[in-house]
Design a protein around this ligand. Structure first.
Ligand SMILES: [Zn+2]
Length: 377
């Protein structure tokens, strides 16, 4: 019943900052714009005439010969646009996303080269039809370089390189841990570790609030308003990066030391009904932490288990007795067994126990599982 997959070919994406010259930046922006227009016209084409992927790909080859904008871009990059559209339709028909929509100006922010379109050497990456662009490669790439996606993030450029065939990763150590993400912006682990509120949060939130207020005062369509929007987008980007960085570090530690990591299910949605900026960020933060931990654990042969959150903060993790306490009470103190523990650590221990219980049940033969289910209802 385990959902741990056999490790097949490793696929990893590395992201590096690009520093194009002003001329190269114009080329990159033009490429984005041409790809966006191609995407939209292919979408219109599909809606009108119900044609499919292969036919569109063939049409593209013919059209490219006649069109100077398309001719300025490597053909594989353009084919990838058609492929993206096809994937968007695929996702729609599979019921996982909405009907593909037209991309507005500025809403198309990446394009992809296959392995024929780029070559990495030192601190330059040669991009077909663009030139040698400065790149900061801060970690070594092991394996075969398959694809490179150029991404525009407001005023910065990145290369996301897909690498296949990464060497083996160390399996997780045998630890088991429960993680409690409380309302007070800390993460508590069942072993007693408390990871403090990421410090970036408070100052970043203040800045975003200030900028939003200022933005509201600017006239619609004014140049200042556009400037302010730009600053606001950058402030959000900063938070996003800090948040991801935090989640990356913590998830790495969790996945390295433990092969069973239990998180609460659902609780995140319960807390964040307030819709404040702070809770929106924390919500995304914990979501990201769980997602990354699951991904990293699986790569190492471990797993994340989500458990029912009800009662985890009230139950005594030592004797099981319910000890009622409201949110202001930060210490769990059990009148029955005498356990005195940080409230969140107590919750994390309950989460771990629930996770281990689930793992145990799932490891039982199916017959016993059925018996257990019929016994309880
Ligand atoms: Zn107790």
């Amino acid at each position: 019943m385990s959902n741990v997959k056999e490790a097949s070919v490793k696929r990893l994406v590395y992201k590096f900052r690009l520093y194009p010259t002003p001329t190269q930046e114009i080329t990159l922006n033009n490429t984005l714009e041409t790809c966006r227009r191609l995407y939209n016209s292919m979408l219109a084409h599909r809606i009108e005439s119900q044609i499919g992927f292969y036919e569109q790909k063939r049409t593209l080859t013919a059209v490219r010969k006649e069109n100077k904008f398309l001719k300025a871009i490597q053909s594989h990059v353009l084919q990838d646009v058609v492929l993206r559209l096809d994937k968007a339709f695929g996702a729609f028909f599979a019921g996982v996303s909405q009907y593909p929509h037209f991309k507005r100006r500025g809403r198309y922010n990446s394009f992809t080269f296959d392995y024929t379109g780029f070559r990495l050497s030192g601190n330059r990456v040669r991009l077909s039809m663009v030139g040698a662009v400065k790149i900061v490669v801060h970690r070594s790439l092991l394996g075969r370089l398959k694809r490179l996606t150029v991404i525009k993030d407001i005023d910065q450029w990145f290369a996301a390189i897909l690498v296949v065939g990464e060497p083996e990763i160390e399996p997780s150590a045998e630890g088991k841990v429960g993680v409690d993400v409380g309302v007070s912006n800390v993460v508590a682990l069942s072993d007693g570790t408390i990871v403090k509120n990421p410090r970036f949060l408070d100052s970043s939130i203040e800045r975003i609030k200030t900028l939003q207020l200022r933005l509201a005062r600017k006239k619609t369509g004014s140049r200042n308003r556009e400037k302010m929007k730009f600053s606001l987008a950058k402030a959000w980007r900063k938070v996003r990066r800090q948040r991801d960085d935090f989640a990356h570090k913590l998830s790495h530690q969790l996945a390295e030391k433990n092969n069973i990591i239990a998180f609460e299910n659902l609780r995140i949605q319960n807390i964040v009904k307030k819709h404040s900026i702070a809770s929106a960020i924390m919500d995304a933060s914990w979501g990201k932490l769980r997602l990354l931990t699951a991904y990293k654990a699986e790569r190492r042969g471990g797993r994340v288990i989500l458990v029912n959150p009800s009662g985890t903060s009230q139950k005594c993790s030592e004797c099981g007795k319910t000890v009622q306490k409201d949110l202001s009470v930060r210490v769990h103190s059990c009148p029955d067994c005498g356990l005195v523990l940080d409230r969140d650590v107590n919750a994390a221990r309950n989460v771990m126990q629930a996770g281990l219980e689930r793992a145990r049940v799932e490891a039982e033969p199916l017959l016993i599982q059925r018996r257990r289910i019929s016994k309880f209802g």
